[in-house]
Design a binder for this molecule. Structure first.
Ligand SMILES: NC(=O)c1ccc[n+]([C@@H]2O[C@H](COP(=O)([O-])OP(=O)(O)OC[C@H]3O[C@@H](n4cnc5c(N)ncnc54)[C@H](OP(=O)(O)O)[C@@H]3O)[C@@H](O)[C@H]2O)c1
Length: 323
């Protein structure tokens, strides 16, 4: 089968297309013919070994000392079940499924194996592969952290980085929870973010940016570029700050959480609940959640798609179609 294989850490040119052996599912696994995958920040960060500071040393051991241990990236995929192992009971050949392939990756290939007991769901009728494939990482992350922040009607939430994958899902889901949303993005994305449900949209490039901020019950940092002190200054006394990228608290956060009732929740591995993914698929089916798809590339254009995501300018999701 054809697969996109990374030869080492580096730019998009390290992605090379090769013929590799088609995987054989173990007794507890499904073999899926991949129809769509994505380029997430998780894929580009691993390819480039571009990890948040403080995680690089441990990252070498986890991901591979000189080159990625996982040669075939692709953190999420959607496709049709081709065959199943003898112990698989919930899926059969022909089922349309979507899955998160973390932590093993493997979506950048014509076929991928995945255990039945992992983050995998059947895709409901009326939802296509390219739409479904955006949900396992971006949408699930948004939902997971909003629930951690005890999102409730009328809570004032600031969503920083509202135009990315996680951001566009967070705005839509926070709207469903009835929150009062202030979203932050560049002026190029204001209309998009407004259309998703933000009450107020601020441009982080505006010279008055900080002066336009109010006090928030939740500050959701989807793109890790909001200076900590600004977040601290605008977080309500019993407010919750969430940062989905950086796993480490800053000293100023620790100090603030001792002095006040403010809570600081940092990046962590999501708990695998396929029910969340199924619920999100249902929302998409009933058109209550509309994944933002910025660009769709053909499989052969994967290096180009990585180059685009590297630019840091993608809006919502970048999808790779395998036909
Ligand atoms: N913890 C988890 O489980 C988890 C899961 C998924 C993702 N993540 C992390 O979440 C982060 C966000 O990923 P993503 O895919 O949602 O988005 P992304 O691709 O990192 O962000 C793209 C967006 O960022 C905006 N942006 C760029 N510079 C900005 C700035 N200075 N201020 C505000 N916005 C800015 C861009 O808008 P403009 O062009 O308008 O500037 C663009 O729309 C990544 O670091 C990723 O690793 C964590």
């Amino acid at each position: 089968m054809k697969a996109a294989v990374v030869s080492g850490y580096g730019g998009p040119e390290v992605i090379q297309f090769k013929e590799v052996e088609k995987p054989i599912p173990k007794a507890n696994e499904l073999l899926v013919e991949v129809k769509a995958t994505t380029v997430t920040v998780a894929d580009t960060r691993i390819r480039a070994f571009d990890l948040p500071s403080g995680t690089r040393f441990i990252g070498r051991f986890a991901l591979g000392i000189t080159k990625p241990r996982r040669k075939i990236l692709g953190a999420e995929f959607a496709g049709m079940v081709s065959s199943v192992g003898t112990d698989v009971s919930k899926f059969k050949p022909g089922d349309r499924v979507v899955a998160s392939s973390l932590p093993k990756f493997g979506g950048y290939a014509e076929y991928a194996c995945i255990p039945e007991r992992s983050m995998i769901c059947k895709i409901p009728e009326g939802v296509d592969y390219k739409t479904a494939v955006t949900l396992p990482i971006g949408a699930r992350t948004a939902l997971y952290y909003l629930l951690k922040a005890d999102i409730e009607p009328d809570k004032r939430i600031l969503i920083y980085g509202a135009s990315g994958s996680v951001g566009t899902f967070t705005v839509q889901l926070a709207r469903r929870f009835g929150a009062d949303i202030t979203a932050v993005c560049s002026s190029a994305n204001t209309k998009l973010v407004q259309s998703l449900g933000a009450t107020k949209v601020l441009d982080y490039r505006s010279p008055n940016f900080e002066r336009q901020l109010n006090c928030y019950d939740i500050i959701f940092v989807a793109v890790d570029k909001l200076p900590t002190q600004i977040a601290i200054n605008h977080l309500a006394d019993n407010g919750i700050y969430l940062n989905i990228t950086d796993p480490f608290k800053k000293i100023s956060m620790i100090r603030e959480s001792i002095r006040t009732k403010k809570r600081f929740i940092m990046a962590e591995n999501l708990k695998d609940t396929s029910q969340d993914l199924a619920d999100l698929l249902d929302l998409v089916r009933e058109k209550s959640l509309q994944p933002v798809i910025d660009r769709v590339y053909a499989f052969e254009e994967l290096p180009e798609a990585h180059r685009y995501v590297d630019s840091g300018r993608k809006k919502g999701n970048v999808v790779i179609s395998l036909g």
